[in-house]
Design a protein around this ligand. Structure first.
Ligand code: SAM
Length: 238
């Protein structure tokens, strides 16, 4: 975990550049739309692996209150600047410094693949959610495309490439069945698991525009080609 933290501390100053251009904005916005539609609006949200606060900012702009937690102090520092009306804390997603039944909503975007103890994170998520509260996690899934990502990242680390996410971090990319079973074992009900994202921000414009056009078809008809998985559920009412 130390290595992931150091990496995100190092890239924190350039992290937002990734999502500033039109492709980055679209890519992150699309993931964020998927997560948002699974959560209650206007509630109290905890975002695990919140990074520079992109999602907490959106949740608050849509009428809620939010806390972001991240293992990287530098990412959290950027979050505080981006969203002074949100609360932030530095910590690991599998040991949460909050009382039982605190939050209405729990989100995690593009961070779950890093968590070495996903059962622990979901156990804690369950604990801090109120009965009836909802969780939505969007993370890289295991597909034909993502199976080569660790090799590319390994080479990137060897040649000293300083790019967001590039390095050997023992990331785990989930199948729908794996993430669904983790959610079920943690006690969540009313589960939904779907795939999202085909237009990746690293594609060149003409290819990106084409990928964006076919994205809804991919997500609906050929979901195994979409490379993020979104899992959502509810903590049972008392
Ligand atoms: C790709 S970034 C995503 C950030 C943000 N959720 C977003 O959508 O822009 C992954 C984030 O997960 C954080 N992270 C990784 N492992 C973590 C852990 N065990 N606990 C909390 N945060 C973690 C990293 O520090 C980083 O900020």
């Amino acid at each position: 975990m130390k290595k992931v933290q150091q990496h995100y501390d190092e890239v924190a100053d350039i992290y937002d550049d990734r999502y500033d251009g039109h492709r980055g904005k679209y890519y992150h916005g699309h993931i964020s739309d998927h997560v948002m539609r699974e959560l209650p609006k206007g509630g109290y949200l905890l975002d695990l692996g919140c990074g520079t606060g992109l999602f907490v900012q959106r949740y608050v702009a849509e009428g809620g209150r939010a806390v972001g937690l991240d293992i990287s102090p530098r990412m959290v520092q950027h979050g505080r600047q981006r969203c002074p009306e949100c609360e932030f804390c530095v910590g690991t997603a599998d040991i949460l410094p909050f009382r039982d039944s605190t939050f209405d909503a729990l989100a995690s975007l593009l961070a779950f693949s890093y968590i070495p103890n996903p059962e622990g994170m979901l156990r804690e998520a369950y604990r801090v959610l109120k009965p009836g509260g909802r969780i939505a996690v969007c993370t890289l899934s295991r597909t034909v495309f993502t199976s080569i990502v660790p090799v590319i990242y390994h080479i990137g680390e060897m040649v000293g490439l300083k790019k967001v996410g590039v390095g050997d971090f023992n990331e785990h990319y989930y199948t729908n069945a794996e993430i669904e079973s983790l959610f079920r074992e943690a006690g969540f009900e009313d589960l939904s698991v779907s795939r999202c994202s085909f237009a990746h921000l690293n594609l060149a414009d003409p290819v990106f525009n084409l990928a964006r056009k076919v994205e809804p078809i991919i997500e609906e008809k050929l979901p195994y080609l979409a490379y993020n998985v979104c899992a959502a559920g509810k903590k049972p009412e008392d």
